[in-house]
Ligand binder design. Structure first.
Ligand code: UD1
Ligand code: UDP
Length: 368
């Protein structure tokens, strides 16, 4: 028996976890003699129905065994509350929803670079519980991003680092992770679990409801918390909307920032945060995607849509290297120039994110 605690909290982590839970279910069906028990802990970082609850039913993820309900707060407040709760779960001091406490953990499974990832890595490593980091080795080289801080710390505390791309492996090599003097830590190039999910779910995505349109998403702290950047991005989207419909599922963080800064969105087709299958449909049928999301820029690539990345750098450099995306930051003129360039460009999307079986490979690597 392998006993794992999967820690999720933010929307993209819930989605990523679906691929691993599918792999666990398939393994348990095939190998009842060597079962894997996966407990799921939701930190409660995201809590609105359309940012969290909707994904469990839609993607067939088991309901969380623990929900810490930490909610929103400053980075310190939120992360501290998570560390405290995760430590209690790992120490068997907080019961799961069946009223049972557990202490016999073989490892924690963490995704990406959110505060929930950081909290899981700190809590588990201090209890000497192995840390399995999925999406290890990604770097933006921008320490002003909270995500860059979270992923660097998590990688340092990880036991097995599951890198989704060769670039991520190379970043870890540069940082000395292969150096024997630092003690052996496994780095595995396993492919991207988000690619697994896109292949698995894209055929289930609903029909196009919007006709001819471009898709936009914006939620990153560096864009929402800087009035000038936010205003400039929305000025570019409004300009594009004069000729092509712009559909934008609105993250709650961005909704608050737009209101606080009185930014005009009247030309845009704003919709509430979409479900995963609706988002796949929005991506699949869009003429082009504009986004600052890590997940959405990759899904655009998987679904062969060109993408304008509303950031100054990206961890997913393969998208840029292959000419399938352009980094435009938050500069209105650059965004409009990128739009014109990509509308007229023939774009190719080579398979650089694995073979669609990353989650099975990860499970077979960590199973004891
Ligand atoms: C977090 C991650 C980010 C990830 C994003 C995915 C960190 C540091 N950031 O950013 O890497 O790309 O999730 O979407 O972990 N809010 C609600 N309802 C919710 C959730 C959030 O209203 O269900 C609002 C709150 O006002 C909150 C704000 O959104 O303060 C930001 O939420 P938070 O989880 O702190 O960060 P995200 O911007 O969502
Ligand atoms: N997503 C979603 N609904 C939306 C926007 C995005 O389900 O309205 C999905 C998207 O398909 C992808 C993931 O959320 O799988 C990306 O998460 P997000 O953009 O919140 O964060 P990031 O990837 O930047 O961390």
């Amino acid at each position: 028996m392998t006993n794992l605690l999967t820690i999720i909290g933010a929307r993209p982590q819930i989605i990523k976890a679906a691929a691993f839970s599918r792999a666990v279910a398939a393994h348990n069906a095939a190998r009842p003699d060597a079962p894997v028990r996966e407990h799921i802990l939701h930190t409660g970082q995201h809590y609105d129905e359309n940012m969290s609850g909707v994904f469990f039913g839609e993607l067939g993820i088991p309901q969380p065994d623990y929900n810490l309900g930490v909610g929103s707060g400053s980075h310190g407040e939120q992360t501290a509350r998570m560390i405290e709760g995760i430590e209690q779960v790992l120490n068997g001091k907080l019961a799961d929803r069946e009223g049972k406490c557990h202490t016999d953990w073989d490892g924690v499974v963490l995704y990406g670079d959110t505060n929930s990832t950081l909290a899981g890595a700190v809590a588990a490593s201090k209890l000497h519980i192995p840390v399995f980091h999925i999406e290890a080795g990604l770097r933006s080289f921008n320490m002003n991003m909270p995500e860059e801080v979270n992923r660097i710390v998590c990688d340092q505390l990880s036991t097995i680092l599951f890198a989704p791309t060769q670039t991520a492996v190379d970043n870890l090599r540069e940082e000395g992770f292969f150096d024997e003097k630092r003690g052996f830590r496994a780095v595995v190039n396993c492919g991207d679990v988000m690619y697994d999910n896109t292949l698995y779910f894209s055929g289930m995505a609903p029909e196009n409801k919007y006709g001819d349109y471009v898709l936009a998403t914006v939620h990153r702290q560096e864009n929402t918390d800087d009035a000038e950047r936010l205003g400039s991005i929305f000025a570019a989207l409004s300009k594009i909307a004069e000729s092509t419909k712009v559909v934008l599922p609105l993250h709650p963080r961005t909704a608050k920032a737009l209101k606080a800064n009185n930014i005009d969105t009247s030309k845009l087709t704003i919709i509430p945060p979409a479900s995963y299958l609706e988002t796949l449909s929005l991506e699949k049928h869009a003429r082009l995607v504009l986004t600052d999301s890590g997940g959405v820029q990759k899904e655009a690539f998987f679904l062969e849509r060109p993408c304008i990345i509303l950031r100054d750098e990206t961890e997913w450099v393969e998208i840029i290297q292959n000419g399938a995306g352009i980094l435009a930051g938050a500069d209105c003129d650059k965004i409009l120039a990128a739009y014109d360039a990509l509308c007229g460009r023939k774009v190719v999307f080579p398979p650089v994110f694995g073979d669609g079986h990353a989650a099975e490979y990860i499970l077979s690597t960590i199973r004891v």
